[in-house]
Design a protein around this ligand. Structure first.
Ligand SMILES: NC(=O)c1ccc[n+]([C@@H]2O[C@H](COP(=O)([O-])OP(=O)(O)OC[C@H]3O[C@@H](n4cnc5c(N)ncnc54)[C@H](OP(=O)(O)O)[C@@H]3O)[C@@H](O)[C@H]2O)c1
Length: 297
């Protein structure tokens, strides 16, 4: 039986070496009221039920934030079994342990679960029709989490980037240095999300739950505003004042193994009316991240 020597609540963050996990790690320094347990893929492989159960038996946990995922969207098309193990079974095992141990489970999902045929901002209860193995595995993970633990909270987010890890922003910065010109897709519309903003929202949820508020089911979160990958790239180029020429191209000129939605704008009115009335505009958050990256050199 797990025990705790103090009265602080413990927050487990799985997949803690990823973009979101690293941002939560940074933010945790400002949350001294909680003890945090950050686990890597090696320390807590979420697709191993016995490891998950053992971990929850050993540690007294109050909140579990699952940032662990198989996120290689294109590779998932040929690694279906692995994607489903991590993205479907993993959240199911965590949800099961959370339910048994009375732990509040917060799971992260994606805009790629929605039906791309809807051409207006996507609401939590809109039709779902993932286009890719990754999207379907994440949808099955949401279902596994909520069916196993109906009190779980699933946060759907989109186009995540951070100063950490691999992402569009860092790829663009590298390519601006290496290339004289670059083609970027201009017919996929969505909302970027700075992982630091998402991390802050997740910890705001924890704080609100701690004060007795109840949040469960599905909620969307992304930064405010709408853009395309092309406009996103141009905003990055302008910030670093790169001479690289950025040209808009249609998706048909940049085929990828996994299909991406053409329209993937999340409606965030639910979270705005309940927890986060003021969501930062995507360009403001992008600038924050770019300032941080420029300081890192
Ligand atoms: N990135 C996006 O654009 C995006 C968009 C929408 C939603 N999301 C969702 O947001 C969440 C956070 O994404 P992110 O961008 O922070 O992802 P990330 O940077 O790829 O981080 C995922 C982390 O999960 C770890 N991991 C992989 N398999 C694992 C396993 N079996 N057990 C435990 N840990 C494992 C990875 O470790 P290794 O590096 O060692 O493999 C990595 O540290 C995910 O649920 C993702 O699906 C992301």
């Amino acid at each position: 039986m797990a025990t705790s020597g103090n009265h602080k609540k413990t927050v487990l963050v799985t997949g803690a070496n990823g973009q979101l996990g690293r941002e939560l790690r940074d933010l945790s320094a400002n949350f001294a009221a909680y003890d945090f347990l950050f686990t890597s893929n090696e320390e807590l492989p979420i697709e191993e039920k016995s490891s998950v159960d053992l971990f929850f038996d050993k540690h007294l946990i109050h909140y579990c934030i699952n940032c662990a995922a198989y996120t290689a969207v294109d590779k998932a098309e040929t690694e279906e079994a692995k994607a489903f193990l991590i993205n479907r079974d993993g959240p199911g095992f965590l949800a099961d342990a959370c339910r048994k141990h009375h732990v509040k489970f917060i799971h992260i999902s994606t805009d790629y679960v929605y039906d791309e045929g809807i051409r207006r901002p996507l609401k939590e209860d809109d039709a779902l029709a993932p286009l890719s193995v990754y999207g379907l595995s994440k949808l099955k993970g949401e279902e596994a989490a909520l069916q196993t633990d109906p009190s779980a909270l699933v946060i759907r987010t989109s186009w995540v980037y951070a100063a950490y890890g691999n992402n569009f922003v860092k790829t663009m910065l590298r390519l601006f240095k290496e290339k004289e010109s670059l083609n970027v897709i201009n017919d996929q519309v969505g909302c970027p999300t700075y992982a630091a903003d998402l991390a802050a929202i997740i910890l705001k949820f924890v704080g609100a739950m701690e004060s007795g508020k109840k949040y469960e089911g599905i909620v969307n979160y992304c930064n405010d505003g709408i853009t395309t990958w092309y406009d996103f790239a141009v905003a990055i180029k302008e910030f670093v004042d790169s001479p690289c020429i950025v040209r808009p191209i249609p998706t048909s000129q940049y085929p990828t193994p996994a299909k991406r939605p053409k329209y993937s704008v999340l409606d965030t009115s639910k979270i705005k009316s309940t927890l986060a009335p003021d969501i930062p505009f995507w360009k403001d958050s992008l600038h924050k991240c770019l300032v941080l990256l420029s300081k890192q050199g």
